[in-house]
Write a protein that binds this ligand. Structure first.
Ligand code: GUN
Length: 299
């Protein structure tokens, strides 16, 4: 039976490191890390995420500001706010919660955020830093960054030399940055996707298998190489009439099948999902250290 990689435990460790680093920065320089989260409109799921980001930031000892803008906010008004936050020395991380309403160009908004405050890691500059291996100055999207922390802790090393990694999914937010992080750690990386021929056979080559496709329980037990480290990034709601809430949350991996074959595996819920907000806090304290000219803590 595979080792269960516990997102709750690892996220809590990351948050402890963030808190300690914040206390050290405040006591040594007087600089308090600051994060600004911007939400436009009233999408309930986005509101939930934004609230949890604000709460975690306060727990970490950050200055935390949430800008709630009405759905009819114009693109120019949003860009003006981003300009103000870019110029605000007390803010080290800026995150505009996506999606934004249709009349706003999300690409324009993302690129307007200063790359040195872009804690989502979505700007072209940070994508370029990641792809060229300049991780010392990059911000990396939080979900793949969290998955990478789980892989390092599970395998006990940041050097994946000689290991084969397969990432199923090629999104800009997870699949592509995940593949680049694995490559930067010396893994031999394949990105597989919906057009890949014989996907099960490709997955069976993986010492590290990352599933990020958004298809409930698509990756079966017999797709997994015996002893592999399986990272499930999927969060899918499936109907469950027997439950009061009428749905259940499952990953992209058939957990029951895969855990019999894998060496280690992340559950859903309770896995990678819990790492995302923790890594946002890690990126924000990292940004504050960089802006003070100090070496940030490692995660
Ligand atoms: N909406 C869903 N996930 C994310 C994320 O990682 N960052 C931002 N900014 N918006 C999101």
């Amino acid at each position: 039976m595979a080792e269960r990689i516990d997102g709750k435990v690892i996220a809590a460790e990351v948050l402890e490191t963030v808190k300690a680093a914040t206390e050290k920065l405040v006591s040594e320089t007087g600089v308090q890390p600051g994060i600004a989260v911007v939400i436009v409109g009233e999408d309930p799921a986005s509101e939930f995420y934004v609230r949890s980001k604000g709460k975690r930031a306060e727990e970490c000892g950050f200055k935390s500001v949430t800008h709630r803008l009405p759905a009819e906010t114009s693109e120019d008004e949003l860009l003006k706010l981003i300009g103000e936050l870019n110029a605000d020395d007390t803010i080290h991380g800026i995150l505009v919660q996506l999606p934004v309403p249709d009349h706003i160009d999300d690409g324009k908004v993302i690129q307007a955020i200063s790359p040195d405050k872009d804690v989502d890691g979505f700007s072209f500059v940070n994508v370029g830093r990641l792809v060229t291996g300049q991780l010392g100055s990059a911000f990396v999207p939080c979900t793949p960054a969290g998955a990478m922390v789980m892989i390092r802790r599970t395998l006990g090393t940041g050097d994946l030399s000689g290991l084969t990694a397969v990432v199923v999914g090629r999104s800009n937010i997870v699949g592509k940055p995940m593949a680049n992080l694995l490559l930067a750690a010396n893994a031999t990386v394949t990105i597989a996707h919906s057009r890949t021929r014989d996907l099960p056979a490709v997955c069976r080559e993986a010492d590290i298998l990352v599933a990020a496709v958004g298809r409930p329980e698509m990756v079966k037990g017999d797709w997994v190489k015996p002893g592999a480290c399986v990272i499930d990034v999927g969060i899918n709601r499936v109907p469950a009439p027997e439950l009061e809430k009428k749905y259940r949350v499952v990953g992209d991996v058939d957990y029951d099948g895969a855990e019999k074959v894998a060496g280690s595996i992340t559950p859903v819920p309770g896995g990678v999902g819990l790492m995302t907000v923790a890594m946002l806090m890690a990126s924000t304290v990292t940004s504050a250290y960089r802006s003070a000219g100090l070496e940030p803590p490692g995660f």
